[in-house]
Structure formats: C-alpha cells, structure tokens
Design a protein around this ligand. Structure first.
Ligand SMILES: Cc1cc2nc3c(=O)[nH]c(=O)nc-3n(C[C@H](O)[C@H](O)[C@H](O)COP(=O)(O)OP(=O)(O)OC[C@H]3O[C@@H](n4cnc5c(N)ncnc54)[C@H](O)[C@@H]3O)c2cc1C
Length: 366
C-alpha cells in the first residue's frame, strides 16, 4: 500500500501528527518499535485493578486551551489536582515551596504577604553567580541557600548523577515557587488524568481509517523499503544522524513496583525523597484515578545512567551537540519531506501539552 506520510513512533507526538494528517485525508503509516503505543505516556491496568504508568507518573496539566481541547477529543479527564509532599528533616513537607513549606522548614509562622520578603532576605544572605551560571545559581537566586539544600541539592545529585554546578541553569526554569498557600504542584488552568488511561487516549487518536499501525518494528530496519512524500521522525535525534556529532546523553530510571496488601500507602500520589534513601520519589498509582482496591501498587524511582532514554541531560556539552544536530534538522525540514517532532527527535524536555501544541504547529506547515 502507498502512504502519503510515514510516522516514526506512536508516542504522543507521532499519534497527534497521525490523527491531524489522517483527518486531512492523508494515508498515514505509523511505525513503532515497541509492542505498545503511547510511548512514555503508556499505562495499563494491573491485576489489582490499579492503573500503572509504565514509565513513571504522568499528570496532564496545561494553560493551553488548544492542547486541552485536542486531548479532550480522545478522552474524558478525571478531575485531579496534583499534590506532592517532600520527605525532609524527618517530616513530610508540602512541595513546591509555598508559605506553608517555609513555615514548616523554618519553624516560623509568616503570612502570604510576607513570603516574598522572606525569600528575598534568604537570597540576600546567600552567595551565587548572577546571572546564574548553573543550576545551583538559578535555584539559590530564587529561594536562597537553606531551601536549596533542603529540597534541591541532593535530589539533583540523585536525579542527574552529577553536581548541580555542572547542570545548566535552564533546568531550574521548571521549578515553581509560590508566594501563596496553594499546595498544588501545578497551578495550570486545566489539569487531570485521562479517565480510562493514557494508552486508551492514544488508541482512540490512532483509531482512524486513514491510519495504519506497525508495532514491534524499528523504522531503521525497514526505512529502505518505505516510500512516502513525507516522513515525520519522533525517535532519537543522534541515532537518526548515525551519531556523527557524538552521542546525546539521557538519564534513565529503574522503576520498581510493589503491590501491598493495604488500602493506602501514603497521603498523596507522589512523595519526594530529596535527601534520604536511594530512590527519588514514591508514587502510589491508585490515587490518580481514585481507584478502589484493597491493595495498592507503589513505584520506587531509582535514577540511573544507562537504559531506556527518559530525560534530556542539559549540560553545555549535550546542548552544543544538540545545536549541531538541529542545524541538520533545519536543512532536512526545509526540503519539505521531513519533520522532527517530540522529546527524542528535538532532544528537548517537553510536557505532554507542549508535545501536542508543538506537533499541531509543525504539522500545520505541511
Ligand atoms: C518519568 C517521566 C514523567 C513525566 N511526567 C510528565 C507529567 O507528569 N506531565 C507531562 O505533561 N509530561 C510528563 N512527562 C513527559 C511526557 O512523557 C512526554 O512529553 C511525552 O511522552 C513525549 O512524547 P513523544 O511522542 O515526544 O516521545 P515518546 O513518548 O518517547 O514517543 C516516541 C516513540 O517513538 C518510538 N521510537 C523511537 N525510535 C523509533 C524507531 N527507530 N522506530 C520506531 N519507533 C521508534 C518510541 O518507542 C516511542 O514510542 C514525563 C516524562 C517522564 C520520563
């Protein structure tokens, strides 16, 4: 069969692109190397009736009405406001930092109108490079040394396996700091978890007569046999170019699941462990969809160097390599036959809503 478009990868970016193009009348073939769709958003219901996120906890949150509207065409969203506790100094403390966090850590009792002044005085008594040269500078310049040490320093070492001073200040852009008492992890307008799970949402996106799906197939093994006017690549950027500018580093995770004979394990879905233990966080999955079961499944996350690529590592070296690869991408995209989309193909940290919106914008170019 002849296809108008080949899409490499059935993750959220590949599936969004496939759906949009199929609705425009294009015949699309999606090639996926895993035996499942949904990429990193994949989830499944285990034998205890609990929906487990295969590659770690995923919460959909956005201020982008278009991304929310697009996702909502393929799923209902279960109302969920994410709250995270951080285990530090022997107590469970609300995170990200808000007025309650500060009061608990410092044993004080300031009001919301005093938070900004308090953080400014913490910053004033701390030393850092300005403008920030690295992750440490970026965080300390926002919240001061003490809160940085409590919540970020060791967590960052565990998560990234390197000194915070060796990480780009860009990484700290994602850290929300609140000057109020809002204990939610995200303050976005739209938040939720797909009511039947992410895999069902992606299945529904791919369910279109113009979309064919080939699972368990690495595109590099069959690329010579495929012929289409356009190819959309959502796989690894460095691999596409045969690593000619060197390998791009990823941080990986060991996700260790345990099912326990008890109804609840912790008060919230996610508890962070910045300083103690080898794991970075524990997720209790049933809390996302408020699933009822006498059992509970929890997931311990252990960051590691090798394995399935999870997170882009923002060092100067990786970013310099990325720039070189992206110059090649620009040339290919200018030819009109290629698009590179998503967290692997652009070597970029993307949330799910950002993936949808970047894909909608890029595909509109075709
Ligand atoms: C632990 C973790 C937690 C996260 N939590 C959140 C969250 O709470 N909220 C949020 O918004 N985002 C979260 N994200 C980000 C989210 O997972 C991504 O935004 C999204 O999954 C990216 O989709 P993608 O299609 O770009 O990439 P992927 O999901 O990686 O999809 C790419 C697909 O391409 C396939 N592929 C690659 N190479 C080939 C090849 N050669 N041939 C065939 N197929 C190939 C892969 O198998 C994969 O299925 C999290 C990410 C991680 C790692």
């Amino acid at each position: 069969m002849n296809y108008d478009v080949i899409i490499v990868g059935a993750g959220l970016s590949g599936s969004t692109a496939a759906r949009v193009l199929a609705e425009k009348g294009k015949k699309v073939l999606v090639v996926e190397k895993h035996r499942h769709v949904a990429g990193h958003c994949h989830d499944y219901r285990n034998e205890y009736g609990i929906t487990v996120h295969t590659y770690g906890p995923h919460i959909f949150h956005t201020n982008d009405a278009a991304a929310w509207k697009f996702a909502s065409r393929f799923t209902d969203f279960h109302f969920f406001q994410h709250r995270v506790l951080s285990y530090a100094d022997g107590q469970l403390i609300p995170f990200p930092i808000n007025a309650d966090t500060i009061n608990q850590v410092f044993g004080i009792s300031i009001g919301v109108d005093e938070v900004e002044g308090f953080l400014a005085s913490q910053v004033a008594h701390s030393s850092f490079n300005s403008p920030p040269k690295n992750f440490r500078d970026a965080v300390v310049s926002q919240i001061g040394k003490r809160l940085y040490s409590t919540f970020f320093e060791e967590y960052t070492r565990k998560q990234w396996g390197r000194d915070p001073e060796l990480l780009s200040p860009e990484v700290a852009k994602r850290i929300p700091v609140r000057t109020n008492r809002d204990g939610r992890y995200f303050s976005d307008h739209y938040q939720g978890i797909p009511a039947r799970g992410y895999t069902a949402m992606i299945d529904s996106m791919l369910d279109h007569p113009n979309i064919s799906l080939m699972l368990g197939t690495d595109w590099f093994d069959i690329r010579e046999d495929l012929d289409a006017k356009t190819t959309i690549f959502t796989g690894e950027l460095d691999r596409f170019f045969d690593y000619k500018f060197g390998k791009l580093e990823y941080r990986s995770l060991d996700l260790v699941l345990k099912t326990l004979d008890q109804e609840s394990y912790q008060n919230v879905a996610v508890v962070n462990y910045p300083n103690d233990y080898d794991w970075t966080r524990i997720t209790e999955y049933k809390k996302f969809l408020d699933e009822k079961s006498p059992w509970t499944t929890v997931c311990f996350e252990y960051p590691k160097q090798e394995g399935e690529p999870f997170y882009v590592v923002m060092t100067d070296d990786n970013m310099a390599k990325r720039d070189k690869y992206m110059q090649e991408v620009e040339k290919l995209e200018a030819s009109g036959s290629w698009l590179f989309i998503g967290r692997l193909a652009e070597y970029k940290y993307y949330n799910m809503d950002q993936v949808i919106s970047a894909t909608l914008q890029k595909v509109a170019r075709l």
